[in-house]
Design a protein around this ligand. Structure first.
Ligand SMILES: NC(=O)CC[C@H](N)C(=O)O
Length: 782
């Protein structure tokens, strides 16, 4: 052991890393294997740590790339973590290649890219120029966010140099910290608990992101025994399915999909993709009473929207004939019987761990009854077929479960061909098996049913897929259970299944969430068996859409509640064309033109007849800025008119407001959405309905938008400056434009904006405890 310890010291690992490595067998094995492979006995700390990092990130599928990566590190061609990540990512997505194309690999790993200090200097300078508000917010700017953003501009620059440069340039712009800066920093560091928790969660999410969630070797190691298939069965699978990995997404078409399903879709499809396998969409349609074509179509549409194309779409009901035959086999084996007990009688017996009196009917007699069931001889619920397992089993799912029942309901996919229908447990495993599924992944509440799953396949001697359960997704400030969503919809608490406030995929889409943002969210949240629940703050989802739209959504302006402002010191026919970028971060998108005229509209929410110390908008005597055009002095303010005077550009106003020329404004409706539930976790309340947010939807019927938007089509996305990102609603037609707010520009904008629309100032008592500071600071930022 000591010898190993010295070896690790010699490559420059720190004590804690060494200690932890010695504890974990695999970690140790992996780094030693790497060192042996490249014959390194002693090396620079930087190289040693990279070799270590690489060894810990090598999944089994990448084991054959160890030498390649190690060589690049030792030769100093891969010399930082980012390069390593780039290289690993490339290899991960190219496991199928025997020979790695050097050029492509080196490009992905940034080999040979040397970022000079000059380049860093220029990029940082360029970046800071785009931060219009830095001088206003001064040292309260978000350092980590800034670093992250510059990083994306120069991914392979050395981290330390980059942050140093950033610090220096910011200090050069702002000058040393003043007393006020220090005070501001202090109030900022007193982070309310929830905010802190949220940050930790974000961090956790980002850390989990590093973990390779598609490491099948991890999945398979668990409970291998239960999936042991005979050679014959494995051969059967091999001969019939050319894909080593085959997954499925198996919804029951009895409702709308939500973000939890997106997690499962994303996991199943990406897992298969990762291993060059394929994924089926299988409708688990065994219950004709609750299923219908509308749901089937909607699920298909949801998958299309998310960007997934199933290799095949199948229906469990296509296998009804086979399932019938398998049931017959069980009966013949003496492993199933027809039971005439009523529902109540049988559940009482099952509770008391007593056998059904029909348990010992002989197979021949059972077969006759079962055939008669199929022919419609009995009434619904008069008799059912049960598996003969163990009435006293501690796991209730194994106490002689029903496997076929009578229903005289036509089936959405099979018509009136059947009047007996197989139940979920019997159907699911057999469909997985005959479809050659390798990994049957489902949420943890199905864990109790796993033994039953394997019982059927074993008794029928069918190929056994590997079952793996992961924790169910929960998101803060909302509910996801089918029952609760149903209640919200049917009691008109929300406007239907695609209400933008609920996290159904239809709702998210209508709210303006893009497929990319939803997939990114699913990529971020871990898929593990950890804990019972996977509880994620809504802010994580919101930050995914903000990031996505930041680079995609064109900028423009809208006014929620208009008030006219006249610029006194220009001629009546004054008009100036201003050219501004459509997406500042994406100069290729070009510019847009806006007109400044003598009369413009401002937002009433930004205007007050009396000034107030912490108010930064329009009030008599104040200097304000208009977005994209410069400073103005406020001459007078009445309830329905403002007078301004244009000032020279050298004056720096505290904040910039959005506006529209009266010549370019055209009517629209804007809907502002907030969390549907005020309660962080409504599921914890004795009555979740009590957690509802009464202000979750606010409609601004008299809003104005720029006339360029008259060509917009439903689902167009944009940013109304200062107000947030918006999506054109499906209901927009016949010249009526309805914009749904997808998300505010920043998390903390939410409370303030809503309070404003209601025509009142943000009162301290209105602001939840944890957000007080954020609201105050907001005033300065504009
Ligand atoms: N095993 C599973 O994944 C369960 C699928 C089941 N049809 C459902 O929709 O919940």
């Amino acid at each position: 052991m000591e010898e190993v310890q010295t070896r690790l010291q010699k490559i420059g690992l720190d004590e804690t890393t060494i200690k932890n490595t010695l504890k974990g067998k695999n970690a140790l094995k992996s780094i030693l294997q790497t060192l042996d492979l490249v014959g390194v006995k002693e090396c620079d700390k930087k190289i040693g740590n990279l070799l270590y990092e690489m060894s810990q990130n090598l999944t089994e599928a990448l084991d054959n790339r160890r030498a390649l990566l190690a060589q690049y590190i030792v030769e100093g061609k891969i010399s930082n973590k980012l390069q390593l990540e780039g290289g690993l990512e490339y290899l991960k997505t190219h496991t199928h290649l025997e020979q790695i194309p050097v050029q492509d690999f080196e490009k992905a790993a940034g080999v040979g890219i040397v970022v000079t200090p000059e380049q860093i200097k220029d990029t940082v300078a360029q970046f800071l120029k785009s931060k219009e508000d830095l001088k206003t917010i001064r040292y309260t700017y978000n350092f980590s966010e800034y670093t992250k953003q510059v990083r994306t501009l120069l991914p392979f620059a050395e981290g330390k140099l980059l942050t140093q440069e950033l610090n220096q340039q910011i200090e050069a712009i702002l000058g040393p910290k003043t007393e006020e800066d220090l005070k501001a920093a202090k109030t900022q560091t007193k982070k309310p608990q929830q905010q802190q928790q949220q940050q930790q969660q974000q961090q956790q999410v980002e850390e989990d992101d590093d973990e390779c969630k598609f490491d099948i070797s991890k999945l398979v190691a668990r409970d291998l025994a239960t999936t042991v298939n005979s050679e014959q069965l494995l051969n059967w699978r091999k001969e019939n399915f050319p894909y080593e990995i085959l997954t499925r997404f198996p919804p029951e078409p009895n409702g709308y999909l939500h973000i939890g399903h997106a997690k499962s879709i994303n996991f199943n499809f990406r897992l298969a993709q990762h291993y060059k396998g394929v994924t089926y969409l299988r409708f688990d349609d065994t219950n004709p009473e609750k299923e219908c074509q509308e749901f089937i179509d909607n699920i298909k549409e949801n998958l299309r929207f998310l960007g997934y194309t199933p290799f095949k779409t199948t229906h469990a009901s296509d296998n009804f004939g086979k399932l019938y035959e398998y049931a017959v086999q069980l009966i013949q084996k003496g492993k199933a019987y027809c039971c005439f007990l009523s529902k109540e009688e049988s559940s009482k017996l099952r509770n008391d761990l007593k056998p059904s009196p029909y348990r010992d009917t002989n197979p021949d007699e059972n077969l006759v009854i079962f055939r008669k069931m199929k022919m419609g001889y009995y009434k619904e619920n008069e008799v059912c077929l049960r598996a003969k397992i163990d009435p006293t089993h501690p796991n209730p799912t194994l106490r002689d479960p029903a496997i076929f029942r009578i229903r005289f309901t036509p089936h959405p996919h099979q018509g009136d061909k059947w009047c007996i229908y197989p139940l979920y447990d019997f159907t699911h495993c057999i469909c997985d098996s005959i479809e050659g599924i390798t990994h049957s992944c489902c949420t943890l509440e199905f864990e109790v049913r796993r033994d039953l799953y394997y019982w059927f396949l074993k008794e029928l001697d069918l190929y056994r897929p590997f079952v793996w359960e992961f924790s169910r997704l929960n998101v803060s400030n909302t509910v996801l259970s089918k029952r609760k969503l149903h209640h919200l919809v049917f009691n008109n608490i929300v406007d239907g299944w695609d209400d933008p406030r609920i996290l159904t995929l239809n709702g998210l889409r209508r709210r303006g969430y893009t497929a990319d943002s939803i997939n990114k969210f699913c990529d971020l949240i871990s898929v593990t068996r950890k804990g019972n629940e996977n509880f994620i703050g809504m802010h994580v989802l919101e930050s995914c859409i903000r990031k996505d739209l930041d680079v995609k959504a064109p900028r423009t302006m809208a006014i929620l509640e208009p008030i006219v402002a006249i610029i006194d010191n220009v001629a009546d026919d004054f008009s100036e064309e201003l050219e501004v970028p459509i997406i500042p971060r994406n100069p290729q998108k070009g510019n847009r033109k806006i007109l400044l005229t003598k009369s413009i509209y401002l937002d009433k929410n930004d205007v007050r007849t009396e000034d107030h110390a912490d108010f930064w908008g329009v009030a008599p005597g104040k200097i304000i800025g208009l977005k994209q055009c410069g400073p103005f002095k406020v001459i007078s303010v009445t309830a329905n008119e403002v007078h301004l005077e244009r000032l020279g550009k050298d004056i720096k106003p505290k904040g910039f407001l959005h506006w529209l020329s009266v010549k370019e404004a055209t009517p629209c409706v804007v809907r502002l959405y907030d969390y549907l539930f005020e309660a962080y976790d409504p599921n914890e309340l004795d009555d979740y309905i009590k957690g509802i947010n009464p202000n979750s939807k606010i409609v601004c019927p008299n809003a104005l938008m720029h006339k360029d938007l008259l060509n917009s089509k439903p689902e167009d996305k944009l940013q109304f400056e200062r107000l947030g990102y918006f999506n054109l609603d499906f209901d927009s037609k016949d010249g009526k434009f309805i914009w749904n707010r997808t998300v505010t520009l920043q998390e903390k904008d939410k409370i303030k904006a809503i309070a404003q629309v209601e025509g009142k100032q943000v009162q301290k008592k209105d602001v939840p405890q944890q957000k007080k500071d954020a609201t105050k600071k907001e005033g300065k930022k504009e």
